[in-house]
Ligand binder design. Structure first.
Ligand SMILES: [Zn+2]
Length: 259
């Protein structure tokens, strides 16, 4: 289903707002917004959305704690556990001993969720009502598909379809706009190194800029028309951030970096 890199399938800011508006026109407003916000505002992976629990929330601190292990033997966990152990005959208990777990070790993390007005209300309301995300993994992707259709068939800045994992890429840009440093973005996204974060950001920005040059008449549809954020990095962090990037990406990224 997914083609290419997830950042190619990220909605624009305008597109994401249309998805939220579309969710408001459905009969499951809060459930759909819960999905959109977890993926698109906070950067949750589909497996994390499917296994989120009331116990992961700390309402006072405004954070969601993603644990290293949550006993589960749903169809998804059973599939992953058997694939990982290369043992097709695991018992349900054996599956529970291994799964659910985040995709990587860095996936266990703490994610603040009180960054935007509507997000805490939606997340707390749904998790208090159901204690979990009230649907299964497969239907999350389907629900995004339905919302995209309802939003008028919106596409990414690169003319690609919007997928659930593309919303995670969108979340990266939202953290950047909220002035998270690349290090903090790595932490909240569950990446083990800064390269992934900088590549996501650089590619989203550089490619959107190229597209803007081609399509001058439709500038507002792209993610980064003008830089509107600054990263505060020290000299070493800056070198670390930029060392794997091409010259063009480097130039772009440096526009965001405050010396
Ligand atoms: Zn499971």
């Amino acid at each position: 289903m997914k083609q290419g890199e997830s950042w190619e399938h990220a909605p624009t800011i305008k597109g994401f707002n249309k998805l939220v508006e579309a969710a408001e026109r459905t009969d499951k407003v809060y459930e759909n917004k819960f999905l959109l916000y977890l993926a698109g505002e906070l950067g949750f992976r589909s497996g994390e959305i499917a296994h989120i629990k009331l116990s992961w929330f700390n309402f006072d601190e405004g954070v969601i704690y993603i644990p290293p292990h949550e006993p589960c033997n749903c169809a998804y966990c059973s599939y992953c556990a058997k694939k990982r152990t290369k043992n097709p005959n695991l018992t349900p208990q054996e599956v529970r001993n291994i799964y659910w777990q985040p995709k990587t070790d860095a996936g266990r993390r703490v994610v603040p969720y009180k960054l935007k007005d509507d997000v805490p209300e939606v997340l707390e309301r749904v998790i208090k009502k159901y204690g979990r995300y009230p649907r299964v993994v497969k239907t999350s992707e389907y629900n995004i598909h339905r919302l995209v259709k309802l939003a008028g068939g919106i596409q990414s800045a690169f003319g690609k379809n919007i997928y659930l994992h593309g919303l995670r890429a969108y979340a990266v840009t939202q953290y950047a706009y909220a002035d998270f440093s690349l290090w903090d973005i790595c932490n909240v996204m569950g990446w083990k190194d800064i390269k992934t974060a900088s590549k996501y950001l650089a590619r989203l920005g550089v490619n959107a800029k190229k597209m803007n040059k081609k399509k001058d008449d439709n500038k507002t549809d792209f993610l980064f028309n003008e830089p509107s954020r600054l990263l505060t990095l020290n000299k070493t962090q800056k070198q670390e951030t930029c060392k794997e990037l091409s010259f063009e990406e480097n130039v772009w990224l440096n526009r965001f970096i405050k010396d």
